[in-house]
Write a protein that binds this ligand. Sequence first.
Ligand code: PMP
Ligand code: GLU
Length: 405
Amino acid sequence: MLLVSSRLKSIRPSQTKATAARAAALKAEGKDIVSLSLGEPDFETPAHIAEAGIRAIREGKTHYTAVAGITPLREAIRQKFLRDNNLDYSLDQITVGCGAKQVVFDALYASLEPGEEVIVPTPCWVSYPDMVRLAGGEPVLVECLGDEGFKLKPESLEAAITPRTKWLMLNSPSNPTGAVYSRDDLGALAEVLRRHPQVHILSDDIYEKLVFGEARFATMASVAPDLFHRTVTINGVSKASAMTGWRVGYGAGPIELIKAMNVIQGQTTSHTSSISQHAAIEAISGDQSYIAEFKAEFEKRRDLVIGKINTAPGLSCRTPDGAFYAFVNCTGIIGRRGANAKGIETDSDFALYLLDEVGVAVVPGSGFLASPYIRISYASAMEELTDACDRIVAACTRLAEEKAA
Ligand code: PMP
Ligand code: GLU
């Protein structure tokens, strides 16, 4: 009898986590590594938010809480949805979990019958397809092309829907492409969804606050109020408030689904940390001015990275409208041969080459189900980004010279 269940056979370890762990291990060995692999802001959690957590400890708010999250936090989230998204959820339509990651998983686990389908536009975040499989469903991957801004087209959505389709996953701004769906983009998808009442919408809005330039954030439940009752809107404090380690995410949607998600949470993690929940109230309802500062800094970093990467022979990258990732097309690198004579046949080979040759860790596009690409997370300090991009440009220049030789 095998110790690990057969259910795990088709599940891969998270490639973002795996790459980050590998980079950390090499660093620990004393190697000179710059890791642009993990999507997490390098900023400190703002002091007033951290203080709220410290206060919670001092005041003894260190016990079990309600499974769905403490009422003042759910009230803060209710107000946030009203204020930012014009969405009116009741308190029992809101649940808080251990990061948006758990909330996405619980929504899928609570709803999928074996063999039901989930439409996942690709490139997509590494975890979606595996979460769907873990929950017993089948991911239906729909390719969104770079030339079309990496966004799902209404006709592609229509073609992917079957009687077994339960969910459409939407993630805007997107990890890994930074694509932002406008109100019009979502309106066109809503037109299709209206014709298929069996399809629900999971809107992962975790990068809501990181939208640059002319682009504007929009979310399905608010763009198409008639689809409100078919939509789960998920968000969290990890990215906007630099709170990845606090593990607070939240979701709002149909009461029967939220109740079922609370049953899963009540039988598994119970709830996220009481201390983190108190800090999250401050993150959501307290002074928000730090968000504009974070955003301005990310925009500067984006421009630096895109400018440098587009000078590298063999690489090209469109300017992303949101999040903090550059999804770089590396078609021009495939087929080249490095100084070590190893051929670069895939984006994974290229990511390994960058790690071995110039000590830069990035995640290959294959992790996000799109090749050949690499994802650069630009949530790092400017000096680090400058150094890493210079190393990448040098590596690509060398590869181009090797080929010419
Ligand atoms: N959704 C997307 C698209 C993400 O990139 C992440 C990053 N980890 C998450 C959800 C989960 O974030 P967290 O669990 O830290 O709230
Ligand atoms: N979402 C981040 C990333 O894509 C954090 C790691 C993870 O949870 O996958 O890098």
